[in-house]
Design a protein around this ligand. Sequence first.
Ligand SMILES: Nc1nc2c(ncn2[C@@H]2O[C@H](COP(=O)(O)OP(=O)(O)OP(=O)(O)O)[C@@H](O)[C@H]2O)c(=O)[nH]1
Ligand SMILES: [Mg+2]
Length: 353
Amino acid sequence: MKVGIIGLPQSGKTTLFRALLHGAHEGAVPGVAGAHHGTIAVPDSRFDYLVNLYHPKKATPATVEFIDGAAHISTERHKPAFGTDFFQGIRQVDALVHVIDAFSGTVDPLQAARRVDEELLLADLMMVEGRIERLEKTLRARKDALPERAEHELLVQVKQLLEGETPLRLASLTPDQEKMLRSFNFMTLKPIVVVANVDEARLQSGEQVSELEAYCREQGERFVQLCAEIEWEITQLSPEEEPEFLQAMGIEEPARLRVVHEVYDALGYITFFTFNENEVRAWTLPRGSTALDAAGRIHSDMARGFIRAEVLSWAQMEQYGSWENAKHAGAIRLEHKEYVVQDGDVIFVRFKV
Ligand SMILES: Nc1nc2c(ncn2[C@@H]2O[C@H](COP(=O)(O)OP(=O)(O)OP(=O)(O)O)[C@@H](O)[C@H]2O)c(=O)[nH]1
Ligand SMILES: [Mg+2]
């Protein structure tokens, strides 16, 4: 899963990026000037439980890749702030984290949010207009081009929404429509987590940037309030120092974890687990995926030769303590291809090649 960090200049993007990485390696993004990326393990206590239980040779958590600096806003006087290539580096991401300066007092957070959202709308609008134009050319030449006609019809609706300043994530699209739009990588269709980057005083008083939060909810955006600098400082602490510092700051859990969870949740992703003596592994799937999809994630052979999936729900894993105990109790289910995987399922695929 890829997440692009965006926001106006000097809003704290890189500070948050470094906090999110928590010391993980960062590297340059090939082909995108000034962009950096890094990958972290998704914190998950269920995964930790399985690793402690089975002591596998290898533990492979679910991961998130963050990309910083790919959407560069120019501050040069004679250049447009948002160039035409503004979104190129983050077209392919699954979700956006939008960092807003709510610490310096020099920026109106609500206005900053609107400004960037407007650009996202415009980027999509330009995309739609270009495609509509090309489709109309085709349709003039060939009136019987049915798929093109259907696409044209949908894009005209999409254009109307965008012109009315409705982000596409608020449009109630059918699964078919969503599929048709997927290849466009529309920016306003991507889930967004807005991060209000507040100063230390605001963090400690707990006072909310409530106007901004209300706006975000209206736009179908997630909202997290944190202080990027403090989040970064937390990552510099030893494991012994961390709880003490969090308590002193009145922070329950580091907000970088909340950002990750919000992204996961906004994407509608679920996690399932597999294990054997070699490896415990967490896998990510879109909600609604089937046992066959899960098998395909693990290995294409497993999907091809799928027989049944042995499934243990996480609630039952907790109840019985281990797969083996659950097996003795007859709690392991045999599921068909069409079974809809639930968050936390532990799965063992039976297949033949
Ligand atoms: N007081 C305070 N300063 C912050 C906070 N977050 C970032 N800063 C400061 O703001 C400045 C910009 O931070 P960066 O993280 O580099 O911001 P950026 O969005 O990556 O900036 P560009 O990449 O240049 O657009 C730095 O001097 C940071 O120390 C914060 O939470 N509180
Ligand atoms: Mg930066």
